[in-house]
Design a protein around this ligand. Sequence first.
Ligand SMILES: CCCCCCCCCC(=O)SCCNC(=O)CCNC(=O)[C@H](O)C(C)(C)COP(=O)(O)OP(=O)(O)OC[C@H]1O[C@@H](n2cnc3c(N)ncnc32)[C@H](O)[C@@H]1OP(=O)(O)O
Ligand SMILES: Nc1ncnc2c1ncn2[C@@H]1O[C@H](COP(=O)(O)OP(=O)(O)OP(=O)(O)O)[C@@H](O)[C@H]1O
Ligand SMILES: O=C(O)CCC(=O)C(=O)O
Ligand SMILES: [Fe+2]
Ligand SMILES: [Mg+2]
Length: 344
Amino acid sequence: MKWSPRPRVGVLAAAMAQQRAATRLRIVLGHLGCPSAGAVVASPTSGPIASASFHPQQFQYTLDNDVLSLEQRKFYEENGFLVIKNLVSDADIQRFRVEFEKICREESKPVGLMVMRDVSIAKSEYSPSEKTISKIQDFQEDKELFRFCTLPEVLKYVECFTGPNIMAMHTMLINKPPDTGKKTSRHPLHQDLHYFPFRPSNRIVCAWTAMEHIDRNNGCLVVLPGTHKGCLKPHDYPQWEGGVNAMFHGIQDYDKDHARVHLVMEKGDTVFFHPLLIHGSGRNQTQGFRKVISCHFVSADCHYIDVKGTSQENLEKEVVETARKCHGDANTTDLKVHLHEMTK
Ligand SMILES: CCCCCCCCCC(=O)SCCNC(=O)CCNC(=O)[C@H](O)C(C)(C)COP(=O)(O)OP(=O)(O)OC[C@H]1O[C@@H](n2cnc3c(N)ncnc32)[C@H](O)[C@@H]1OP(=O)(O)O
Ligand SMILES: Nc1ncnc2c1ncn2[C@@H]1O[C@H](COP(=O)(O)OP(=O)(O)OP(=O)(O)O)[C@@H](O)[C@H]1O
Ligand SMILES: O=C(O)CCC(=O)C(=O)O
Ligand SMILES: [Fe+2]
Ligand SMILES: [Mg+2]
């Protein structure tokens, strides 16, 4: 069925003309410090609502819309992720590649960008190049890359999870390096909600687009289907012999017998997943740098929470410290402020 735009007020409309979308979304980002606290549609940690088990037809992870087929909707409800094949065009992906290469050569230096390296790369090799950068985060001020967050074909699916008032809260382009043999290119199993101080979780979704063919050889996404129905688990550094990247927190006590699904994806394929879905990625055993572009979108009706005293408190300290290193921002004192700062 064809998706038909509906009128919306104030914040980003998924159906907006592509040209205007970037500007408007950025306006929304400017208000990140004070999203409306109203319209809480689910409990904070979004554990399954008791009544749901008595009314299996009641959907809680997706919203009524004419975009998803009933089958797709049921799949996301049950599994916590949904792959849409061939969603983003080759031409758009090429533009993201070109811009990423410019950033690597330091020809483009977007405000607020955080440049990450793999822990196994020696300091002596830090001269900027595509080979030393494992990830960039917070590219919201980069026009070319931020186009990803405004693509109507992406937003039309995002809206199924967030509703019509959409904010882009966190952006990444991941350039998973060939593993040096220390297995540091792995990403431990985690829930993205661990990194986010806002709720309700059901109105948050990640869009993760493969920029090339991705399978187990170059480290595809690995998901534990259905784990989005659980709650946020404590995260800590995994005990890995070869070292672990800063902030690569993982879940220690997940069910080792739980089914694991390796998502093999083609260029342009996009997976939408819930922030409580347990996922990670394997090591990159090829010589290429495996690329994906992603954005966490949330409903403008989400509200911030204070993570002090929760399992997210330690992470907050690290994020604040890293943000200070990257931006020298002495005013950054909590996750909330960090998200606000990085989206100004
Ligand atoms: C905020 C909301 C986020 C929501 C996100 C949703 C899910 C996101 C999950 C994530 O991706 S979280 C982030 C994942 N982490 C990374 O991608 C790695 C981030 N860290 C780095 O790239 C560097 O640590 C960083 C550039 C931030 C800082 O490096 P520095 O400039 O302080 O490093 P410097 O070159 O001065 O070296 C200092 C020490 O850090 C070490 N180092 C460098 N890169 C490292 C690294 N990646 N991890 C750990 N240590 C690292 C380096 O070897 C050196 O060790 P020694 O002191 O022993 O010599
Ligand atoms: N047995 C395990 N115990 C704990 N975590 C695991 C286990 N197996 C995999 N993982 C985690 O899940 C992620 C993905 O695993 P996956 O098996 O795809 O990758 P890999 O072990 O690097 O490569 P491969 O098994 O394909 O050779 C890894 O990064 C790792 O963090
Ligand atoms: O390796 C990947 O692309 C997944 C990384 C991831 O899950 C994350 O950064 O939150
Ligand atoms: Fe993640
Ligand atoms: Mg394995």
